[in-house]
Design a protein around this ligand. Structure first.
Ligand code: FAD
Length: 399
């Protein structure tokens, strides 16, 4: 058990800890700090902030684990109806870099029914080994058997790092595996790297409402587990003819048991273009000025065969539905072309689009932060430039 306490004779009543605590868990009473244990998460930020060493945090060491027994970088590869999902290729691309930095193998994990043939594809995308569990009970994703099997694999083979997509399936699966394997989990990462000296996975994600980017490490537990947002990392390239060692695993029937039963799958019907999959996105922000002006983006998007995206300000102004919002609390996109019109480029927006291949920004303010990530910047009024671009693209593309 961990505990925290104020050393009253050292506390000067300076209130620095009160200002530092992100959870509002500290107040002053008779010029001494008091911690509300109902709010305190034992994060330790007050300990670091206190200049008088007046706060003591003790974390129980727990039984010592042999971390050296863990090696290799693993990627859980999601597949649906016979196709590997693109998030898996993105994770293999990033996983390859991490495995090379650690000097270990990159391993893919493939669970499903009739999935064995997909292992070859994962080899061409950079996996050195592919662990396959092929069983009719795994035809569709079910929490119980998928969790049980991935946990058994982890406990048997002890990966150093385990990556999974921050998708509906990934989030549901890997949080369960983390608990069963006694490991930590950093959800929704937007950046990964390796501290080669300490063999630590550096897991970066937005924190405190997106106001800071936090890099999280897991020094005491293995595997180091992270979910990663879709479309943030580049897909692993295909190397034709490259192959992976395929390791087929089988388990007793009880490992495939499920407390739930899949009754039916109903496809979502949507009349709008899904911005997550679009190659071209024309996005607008508060700078578009009005709902009528915003509607002009539709025309430009149509000429370019793309979809319309939006900043949160445009969504909040009710110029376009939330399903079009790009950013931290919206969608992450990675189109070939992203045209940002009247968007300032706050970090919460950039998180969702900065890995787009080509970014064109139109803004009347030459110092707008969006220009820092833009491939091409146009300083000017969107109300002149958007119609002009639409006209010119229509002419050039013969539309
Ligand atoms: C927890 C949290 C989560 C968030 N999540 C998201 C998110 O998912 N997505 C998101 O987008 N934001 C998000 N935000 C909000 C974000 O911080 C910004 O407020 C928002 O992105 C700003 O939108 P904007 O760029 O459209 O507006 P503004 O910042 O107001 O920028 C408008 C820009 O338009 C330019 N402009 C004005 N008129 C013209 C003109 N006529 N021609 C050309 N340029 C013009 C201005 O120079 C300015 O740069 C979040 C914030 C928080 C705190």
């Amino acid at each position: 058990m961990a505990s925290i306490k104020i050393l009253l004779d050292q506390c000067t009543g300076c209130t620095l800890c009160v200002k530092t605590c992100p959870f509002g868990a500290i107040h002053m009473h008779e010029r001494k700090a008091v911690i509300d244990m109902a709010k305190c998460t034992l994060c330790g930020s007050c300990v670091a902030a206190c200049k008088f060493s007046a706060i003591e945090l003790e974390k129980a060491a727990g039984p010592k684990r042999d971390l050296s027994a863990y090696k290799d970088v693993w990627v859980f590869c999601e597949q649906k109806k016979g196709a590997v999902q693109s998030i898996s290729y993105e994770l293999l691309g990033e996983g390859r870099k991490l495995a090379d930095k650690l000097g270990v193998s990159l391993c893919a994990v493939l669970l499903g029914s009739g999935v064995e043939d997909m292992a070859a594809e994962l080899g061409e995308r950079g996996a050195d080994k592919v662990y396959v569990v092929d069983h009719p009970a795994l035809a569709s994703y079910q929490d119980d058997p998928y969790t049980e099997l991935l946990t058994r694999l982890v406990q048997e083979h002890k990966p150093e790092v385990l990556l999974c997509g921050a998708t509906t399936i990934g989030r549901s699966l890997v949080s369960r595996v983390a608990i069963k394997a006694g490991a930590g989990l950093t959800a929704d990462c937007t950046g990964l790297d390796i501290d080669a000296k300490e063999r630590l996975l550096l897991q970066t994600r937005p924190a405190f409402g997106g106001n800071i980017m936090a890099t999280i490490v897991t020094p005491n537990h293995r595997p180091q587990m992270a979910t990663v947002r879709h479309k943030v990392m580049k897909e692993a390239p295909v190397t034709k003819g490259r192959s992976a060692e395929v390791i087929k695993k089988s388990y007793p029937e009880e490992a495939f048991a499920s407390r739930t039963k899949l009754v039916d799958m109903v496809a979502e019907l949507s009349s709008t273009v899904n911005i997550s999959e679009a190659d071209v996105i024309v996005a607008g922000g508060r700078g578009m000025g009005s709902k009528e002006n915003f509607a002009r983006l539709e025309e430009l998007a149509k000429v370019l065969g793309g979809a319309v995206g939006a900043s949160r300000s445009a969504v909040d102004a009710d110029w376009i539905p939330y399903s079009h919002q790009v950013g931290q609390t919206g969608k992450t996109v990675c189109p070939k072309l992203y045209i940002a019109c009247g968007i300032s480029g706050q970090i919460q927006h950039l998180i969702g689009m900065q890995s787009s291949k080509t970014i064109v920004a139109i803004n009347k303010d030459p110092d707008a932060p969006i220009f820092k990530v833009a491939t091409y910047g146009i300083v000017g009024d969107v109300n002149d430039l958007v119609p002009a671009l639409t006209r010119e693209f229509k002419r050039v593309l013969n539309k």
